[in-house]
Design a binder for this molecule. Sequence first.
Ligand SMILES: [Zn+2]
Length: 163
Amino acid sequence: MAIACHRSQVTEEKVGDEHGLFPRPLTERELATLRFMLSVPDGRLDPLRSQVPFTTVVGRCPCPCASIELSVDRSQATAAQGLGERPAVSTVGQEPGNELNTYFLMVWLDKGWLSSLEVAYIEHLPTEFPPLELFEPPKIDEPSTEESIRTRVWSTLRSRLRR
Ligand SMILES: [Zn+2]
């Protein structure tokens, strides 16, 4: 068993222009997932919400999960401040009745700009973003605790294995 698709892999093997597939608009499902992640009632996310209409997909994870690389037209919005970046927002979800089908959604930033929407998983590789009903309400990963998602991933996994 492994928790797959760490951001470091995405960066190292970043897929560039895949036969002209990028840049492209977000699909409906990608857009719904991004909006869900940015729905945290916190004013620090306002700039990110304002970036969404000016965001395009510029790459995808090679693994090949649904994770996507994002780019914002920086002339059209402002950068977010006071947030962590790696990730800024995250949540965890699980398929009912299958506790090892666990997913993590994360939004990554680059100096306050949307840079990646990532799904990490424990058992089942999601080639599309999983249904949003599976997920807990997203949370801001405070900058002071940038390792918190990693901590949460492992504590979730450990608690499930212990049962
Ligand atoms: Zn991946």
